[in-house]
Design a protein around this ligand. Sequence first.
Ligand code: 5AD
Ligand code: SF4
Length: 491
Amino acid sequence: MENKELIFDNNADILIERADLTKEPPAEEPYRQYWFIKKARELIKAKSEELGRPLTSSTVTFGCQMNARDSEKLAGILERMGYVEVQEEEADFVIYNTCTVRENANLRVYGRLGYLHSLKKKNPHMMIGLCGCMMQEPQVVEKLKKSYSFVNLIFGTHNIYKFAELVVSALLSDHMVIDIWKDTDKIVEDLPSQRKFPFKSGVNIMFGCNNFCSYCIVPYVRGRERSRNPKDIVREIEHLVADGVVEVMLLGQNVNSYGKNLEEPMTFAQLLQEIEKIEGLKRIRFMTSHPKDLSDELIEVMKNSKKICKHLHLPLQSGSTDILKVMNRRYTKEQYLNLVERIRAAIPDISLTTDIIVGFPGETEEDFLETMDVVEKVQYDSAFTFIYSKRTGTPAAAMENQIPEDVVKDRFDRLLSKVQEIGRDMSSRDTGTVQEVLVEEQNSQDPHLMTGRLSNNLLVHFEGDTSLLGQICQVRLDECRGFYYMGTKVG
Ligand code: 5AD
Ligand code: SF4
């Protein structure tokens, strides 16, 4: 068997070529998947010759950055099978990578499946696949089986690494192929992927969550917390850097508890220090941080780092200690505010963002005012505000004192306007300064303008051309317009 140290991305391509289709598929991963990618290539080539045109694929992502990264793997595998990627959903293979964190996400998927059905009626070769968090809910799969029988393939979050094998099963079957696992302790490395941006990439450092916040479905659909081996993470980033990446976003549901379940335990702060050493890597971001696990060691490492961006996403969820207790967040209002104080004392120019839920069962007007008070005190650069959504199977869904819709809506509106008012003020605080930006895209409305991202995650538009893409430039922030800047490149 090949030396594991040698495998990565382009090497995956070499190993796909080497797969021997005259033999049975190997049992060992990821070689097994390489074999199935090559097998799919044969099937797709034959179909394409029969139809006299290339076959197309479309990967559609719902939800968080974890899903976005998973989708890059799905797209990379489809591409290596011989599908030509297209943006629109009028394709021969459409895969929806779903989210179920709020009810709305599920409703959107059902809605769009109706549209896909109409496309499939016009193109009988069309294959439809569904994966991701929503598929881990048994009642969803039941509903799909009953009312959406035109779907070809359904799988969940734990066996996404088997995508190639599942596609081959679906291509060879005229029934719906369903493969959902309850949990896994397996982490399969070295699957091919196709990055959305050449110069930045998400990197999973851990999977799953052990926190069981009482409103949240994630621990049930993503399973128990598993950290990747630090050597595998560093090796992946080194290869990404060799391939042109300058910024990584380390991904995990709760990055601050990274490393606890490793054979040789390691803290997240220690992992960051290892990643900092990677030559050629310019910026490090991460999400999400749980306030209860954010250590002084991490604050110190962030303070001394040249590469870690000056941005921390620190979900508050509620400002009321009573509600936080029922949410099972395991911190109080005072502990949260104290943590923010320590972070700001060490890193004064850091930008803080957050997630807040309004209308959690039992939330009184007083509880809500506590949340408003924290928002006022912390002065977030921005905040994602969510209306509480009942997720079947979570403890909060069974709580009796659910809040009436009109009360929630009124609180939500008040919170949103407060968050926006503060965000606008906070965003403008660097006006007149020169900052480093990573140039990410050409402005879609005005092609003379390029868009860059500041260390604190805000965007700035400035005159330039596409030769700057992926570069770090010095830009003067001339004027803040709400939540972004207009600037001038000075170096
Ligand atoms: N209802 C509303 N918002 C939720 N979130 C998680 N679960 C729910 C729910 N049941 C929010 C939290 C989390 C973000 C990703 O989604 O604020 O931080
Ligand atoms: Fe959900 Fe809480 Fe885990 Fe975040 S930390 S994924 S909110 S259970």
